[in-house]
Design a protein around this ligand. Structure first.
Ligand code: GDP
Ligand code: ZN
Length: 364
């Protein structure tokens, strides 16, 4: 099934045949499909085939903070009429980025939904911090998005042998993750990154100064701040200036760039941590004791791998650190809330991921 002509204007925003299928019941009720490009205090901006409209989320506001409408969500809004219109339904998410709030009783906060690719930017201008790369990767995997590491500012490492070594180091910290080198300054490597993002939705993660803004500008092909303030016709035909956190890329694909995403921390990322350290989890499965702590137990496959040099001490310690940190977050998070997350979008994320991989073939 190919997307129908009425929804064609949504293609640059990531609309595809699966969204069309998910939306079909609402289409038959006369509702309009759209993607949320910005949210603020109960109102959101939704790109629809007829342009950007302002919409109230009153009817879909739940008590559960995980189900609050966020940038990247696909929704069904009222047809022509009222200003603002109302969001009637939130389509099930494929993936979601959650951040732990700094409050004592930790609540999750949804930062972005339906992200296909999490681009982790790592600056080559400073010494590599593999532990930090692993932390961002845990977060990326946990969201359900496919991570990709971009070693930015590659023009600062002119020696190809040195560059290849740096790529190799990062690859050992990122099993199953493509590692690219990019110079936004010279434009090197951008085509490879664009090809990876394809027609999917991407976010940029990474430390401050890693080159995310520069990369965003290069991908969007303009200064993102200018593009964000796009002029649109709202439901009544007026022109309004809206700040967008979701931008279509010129060659296809979508970039979500919200301020909160940039400083995001782990939030119940047990699955993500496991994926970053997949080789350690595979080794652990071969330990003699099921609950081996890999400290001093006999028959420990992890310790044996460290002894043989197959596994670095650095990586094992980084794994332990992230597992501990995650346990601490889990301990202070409301159990019911976590159960809700697990049963709702996490499951859907896994399904969506499987479907995506089946469709395009696993390229990692
Ligand atoms: P952000 O904090 O992650 O958004 O990082 P920025 O995009 O603001 O970049 C931080 C600094 O790195 C700025 O001074 C940029 O000019 C510089 N920078 C970004 N990309 C490149 C690059 O490809 N090459 C070089 N040499 N510098 C870069
Ligand atoms: Zn062990």
């Amino acid at each position: 099934m190919s997307p129908s002509s009425s929804s064609r204007p949504l293609l640059p925003y990531g609309w595809d045949a699966d969204w069309e299928t998910a939306f079909a019941p609402y289409a038959s009720q006369g509702l309009v499909a759209g993607r949320v490009v910005r949210v603020d205090r109960g109102l959101c901006d939704v790109v629809t085939p007829g342009g950007t409209v302002r919409a109230d989320t009153e009817f879909v506001v739940p008590r559960d903070p995980m189900k609050v409408v966020c940038t990247g969500d696909w929704v069904a809004v009222d047809p022509e009429g009222g200003d603002p219109r109302f969001v009637r339904t939130l389509l099930p998410r494929r993936t979601a980025f959650v951040r732990s709030t700094s409050s004592k009783r930790s609540d999750g906060q949804i930062l972005a939904a339906n992200v296909d690719h999490a681009v982790v930017a790592v600056s080559l201008a400073v010494e590599l911090d593999l532990g930090r790369v692993e932390r961002f990767l845990a977060l990326a995997w946990e969201s359900g998005a496919q991570p990709v590491v971009v070693l930015s500012k590659a023009d600062l490492v002119p020696d190809p042998v040195t560059l290849a070594h740096l790529v190799q180091d990062v690859e050992t910290a990122a099993p199953g993750v493509p590692v690219l080198t990019v110079s936004a300054l010279h434009g090197d490597g951008l085509d490879v990154l664009r090809a990876l993002i394809g027609s999917g939705t991407a976010v940029l993660l990474g430390q401050s100064g890693a080159g995310k803004s520069t990369l965003a500008n290069a991908l969007v092909g303009a200064d993102v701040m200018d593009v964000r303030a796009a002029r649109d016709v709202d439901g009544k035909g007026r022109h309004t200036t809206t700040t967008r956190n979701l931008l279509p890329l010129p060659g296809g694909g979508v970039l979500i760039d919200t301020p909160g995403l940039r400083g995001v921390g782990l939030f119940d990322a047990e699955v993500g941590v496991g994926q970053v350290f997949s080789e350690i989890e595979e080794l652990a499965a071969r330990c003699r004791f099921h609950d081996c702590s890999h400290e001093s137990e006999p028959g420990c496959a992890v310790a044996a791998a460290v002894d043989s040099g197959e596994l670095s001490v650095r990586r094992l310690e980084s794994y332990r650190k992230l597992v501990r940190e995650n346990q601490w977050i889990v301990a202070k998070t409301d159990a019911r809330l976590r159960a809700e997350i697990r049963k709702d979008w996490k499951r859907k994320g896994a399904e969506g991921r499987a479907a995506m991989q089946a469709k395009r073939g696993h390229w990692s």
